[in-house]
Ligand binder design. Structure first.
Ligand code: AMP
Length: 220
């Protein structure tokens, strides 16, 4: 199963990607997460990426392509993969197509989660991330069991990511509309694009995604 998940910031893409990765036992490859690891480790790439990410801008295509080319060569992707946050521009999508073609692989489905912009701003402003293990919460729809304490690792440092602050949120949404939304037109002719409404519970959205996937890939 080779899947791409597309969606504006705050659409619940990361949450759905994690669930689908577990369900199909395929690696969940989040380029945002890979970049945040570089930032945390303060590598040269991380330092450059941090400046762009904290302003809501995209990291250059060439950097992302190198990163994804290396990742898709790892043996754990042999049985499939789920890309979360890549491609984010049409030129990344074109490059991904040729990368996959070279290794005789093709995408099974491109899932796009659709949510109205006003809902996204509210959701993102309420988002908090555990600084210790990166688990993501939402103070309104998915709060931790005990306020201020991470359910997963017990850490007490639930922070608002720089890119979840209001000015950056607006910029990220603008960048999505301009640079990422055109991916829908790019993938439409493939017949493998599935547009799923994301303004629902996590479980309902997941059910709809699973129902929209090609029959051979559906799980019991
Ligand atoms: P995400 O966690 O997917 O929302 O990504 C966080 C940030 O990482 C984005 O706002 C971008 O600055 C950067 N980023 C992640 N994936 C990509 C990509 N495929 N192309 C360019 N920038 C990316």
């Amino acid at each position: 199963m080779r899947l791409i998940l597309i969606g504006p910031p705050g659409a619940g893409k990361g949450t759905q990607a994690r669930l689908l990765g577990e369900q199909f036992r395929i690696p969940h490859i989040s380029t945002g997460e890979m970049l945040r690891e570089e930032v945390q480790a303060q590598t040269e790439l991380g330092k450059k990426a941090q400046r762009l990410m904290s302003r809501g801008k995209l990291v250059p295509d060439a950097v992302m392509l190198d990163m994804i080319a290396v990742r898709l060569r790892l043996p754990d992707t042999a049985g499939g993969f789920l890309l979360d946050g890549f491609p984010r521009t049409v030129s990344q999508a074109v490059a991904l197509d040729s990368l996959l073609e070279k290794s005789d692989r093709e995408l099974d489905a491109i899932v796009a989660i659709i949510v109205e912009p006003e809902i996204l701003v509210n959701r993102l402003s309420a988002r908090r991330t555990c600084a210790d293990c990166n688990t993501v919460y939402n103070l309104v729809v998915k709060p931790p069991g005990k306020m201020g304490v991470c359910d997963v690792c017990g850490g007490t440092n639930l922070i608002q990511r720089d890119d979840d602050k209001p000015a950056t949120i607006r910029e990220r949404l603008r960048v999505y509309e301009k640079q990422t939304a055109p991916l829908l037109s790019y993938y439409l002719p493939s017949g493998r694009l599935r547009e799923i409404p994301g303004d629902d519970t996590v479980a309902a959205v997941q059910k709809n995604i699973l129902a929209a996937l090609p029959p051979a890939n559906q799980m019991d």
